[in-house]
Write a protein that binds this ligand. Structure first.
Ligand code: GLC
Length: 443
């Protein structure tokens, strides 16, 4: 970190630099990116007819359910207890600033009123209502931004051809199809999503990886042309501020506005199929994670993470300069699992007290490690100490001029020393917090 403490502080707090070659984001788009980076915390919602089976959103693939059989599911999907105002309130109480909801997942079922396919919630369910519309209205009322998740991959559409690596055990898929028609279909749906629901903060693409070559060890190039140029410019033409992200696990592609990391902090790739550290670009970042082990509602999933784990993940994400998009998978009746609601409430309580050290911050100058991450804003650095057993810390080669260094929780001064080795400070037991001991450094 030699000599770089302040240089880094300056670089990291300067407005987002445009990373892409010939895509020039508009002023609205750049402002939206700033908003996005400040927001830090969003709610991911995976909801579809798959929730009826309580076995996650991949159930069609995992149980090899034929196209015909799967088509019965919409008939059982009748979310009479769906209350979008309650969802929005829950998200706000959790300290979340936006919602990203699945508009169409890999099963090909559209959760909105679309003219591009009759396989949608209005035409195929007894509920007959557009759940996205109701959510968009509730979000607008409460000033929460809304993103739409949109699957590139489709296990049902004939025109999704050539097929990808997944869903090949599903009977009833066509043996031929018209790829260009599929692209036109997606463009028609995206046009609807960006025309009929007011201002949309972003589109969250997923499924690119379905078309990547796989040699049994690693992924290669994609087999198809996704027409990203056309699709991305269509989105930006319809709504210039709309942020585009794509869960392709690659470095950002021209036209994208943020980079996402699935179930991993940027650069970690513990899943093995995620984004490698060399592929991190300069765009705003977002990490997505589940509360238990599933995205879509899973009745048997007991891998519920503790509140401490979830809060620590949020802190870590911020320390990596990233947002956290935390997922719930609502039940088929439209309610969110009570355990998930409880966790979100507790995260909200933590943020209520400590939000200053997360919202509106950028990655701090001290590189993240297992025991410490840092965030920063306007002349302030927050050190988040995540190991409550440690009593002394050394930040090597430290060169800043500290005006004030206090424990965030009680304002108590931090005993510290800056010398040729760096910054040394002590954290007495009585001020240590089980989750995060925060130190505020003013410069
Ligand atoms: C993966 C899964 C998908 C899920 C997404 C969320 O891409 O295929 O089901 O929606 O992750 O990050």
């Amino acid at each position: 970190m030699k000599k770089t403490f302040f240089i880094l502080m300056f670089l990291l707090s300067s407005p987002c630099l445009v990373a892409q070659n010939d895509y020039l984001p508009t002023k609205e788009n750049l402002e939206a990116r700033e908003w996005f980076e400040d927001a830090k915390f969003g709610l991911f919602i995976h909801w579809g007819v798959y929730s009826v089976l309580g076995d996650g959103e991949w159930v069609m693939n995992n149980q090899n359910i034929s196209v015909d059989t799967y088509e019965k599911l919409p008939l059982f999907f009748n979310p009479v207890d769906y209350n979008p105002e309650q969802w929005v309130k829950m998200a706000k109480d959790a300290g979340m600033k936006y919602i990203t909801i699945t508009s169409r997942h890999h099963d090909g079922f559209s959760m909105f009123d679309t003219k591009a396919s009759d396989y949608n919630i209005v035409e195929r369910t007894h509920y007959k209502k557009d759940v996205l519309k109701a959510l968009a209205e509730a979000c607008k009322k409460e000033d929460l931004k809304l993103f739409f998740y949109y699957s590139l991959l489709d296990w049902r559409s004939d025109d999704y051809f050539p097929r990808g690596r997944t869903g090949n055990g599903i009977e009833g898929r066509a043996e031929s199809g018209d790829w260009n028609k599929y692209i036109a279909f997606m463009k028609a749906q995206l046009t609807e999503l960006l025309t009929n629901y007011g201002e949309i903060a972003g589109i969250w693409f997923d499924g690119h990886w379905d078309q990547k070559e796989w040699d049994g060890k690693k992924f290669g190039a994609v087999k198809v042309d996704w027409h990203y140029d056309e699709i991305y410019s269509l989105i930006h033409e319809l709504q210039p501020q709309c942020l585009i992200g794509n869960n392709h696990h690659l470095a950002p592609i021209k036209g994208e506005d943020f980079q996402m990391f699935e179930k991993d902090l940027p650069g970690k790739n513990t899943t093995g199929w995620g984004t490698s550290s060399g592929d991190i670009g300069a765009l705003p970042k977002e990490v997505c994670e589940t509360i238990n082990g599933s995205w879509g509602f899973n009745l048997q999933d007991k891998k519920h993470k503790s509140d401490a784990e979830l809060i620590t993940y949020l802190i870590n994400a911020a320390g990596y300069g990233s947002n956290l998009l935390l997922n719930v998978g609502p039940m088929p009746n439209g309610e969110i699992q009570p355990e998930h609601i409880a966790s979100l409430k507790n995260i909200g309580k933590w943020l209520n007290k400590n939000g200053e050290t997360i919202y509106g911050t950028r990655q701090g100058p001290v590189a993240p490690s297992g025991s410490m991450v840092s965030t920063q804003k306007e002349g302030i650095v927050y050190l988040h100490l995540l190991d409550n057993k440690k009593d002394t810390y050394l930040i090597p080669h430290f060169e800043g001029k500290i005006k004030k260094m206090t424990f965030f929780a009680n304002g108590q001064k931090v005993v510290h020393k800056v010398d040729e080795f760096g910054l040394t400070f002590a954290v007495p037991k009585e001020v240590r917090d089980d989750i995060d001991t925060i130190i505020k450094m003013e410069f």
